[in-house]
Write a new protein. Sequence first.
Length: 262
Amino acid sequence: MGNAFLKLHIEAPGTMYRHPNGDVSPSLAGHAWMELVNSDGNSIPAGFGPVESKTGVASVSGRIIETDRESYAGDSYFTATYVVTEGQAKAIERFIARPAEYGFDKDHYHAATNSCVDFVWKGLEQVGMNPERFEGDLHPMRNIEKFSSLKNPLIPGGGLIGIEKNEEGPRGFDDYFQSPLNDWWSGTPNPWVAPQEMPQTSVAEPPAGEILVGPLGVSNYFSGSNASAWDDDYGGSSGGGYFDFSYFNFGSFADGTDYHAH
């Protein structure tokens, strides 16, 4: 018998996705899922997502998904493969079968607090590859670097044996910025917006007495420390600045409440 492997997959935003009802549409935020390949070659894929397409910010019913390979078009945008021991393989199988016993809520999906990313990192925790109990980065694509540098404490050298990246896949997260407040979060669809299409307003200091708060409580001002709305990820230049909410095209929450906060 050969080795067992754990594969960590990431699907890029824009990848065509076939929903359980047969509808096909591009994935707006991307996806993370894992795959256990046992020593006998048997593959056990597992991801986590909403039972039905999300239509609101609030938590919705969740489910363990076994069909991510078939549901997402083409090869995964990114795959990292690690060698695991037989004991670790069994631990991952147990987690996939009964995640609630290991502290993961499989019945409720929330993009910010209990998502596909959380599921994969919780699985890594069961085999000692996430000792700090890290819950992952909000956007699936932001986990690529972290998935590439994990260490399996039971395998000499850390266990990483391969990284695959599908350069022919859909446009990547580094090329386009997407508001997290889109269909992934709410019922308001927002288009992909290239960075150069998003005007930037430079200010020396934020106006006194006014604070603009973005999604997840992050300020939309970038000033005072040579920071920029255009950081390295978006090919930006240095200097203070901020985005007006209208440039983000945030729209409104599912209940009609504007995102503006003063």
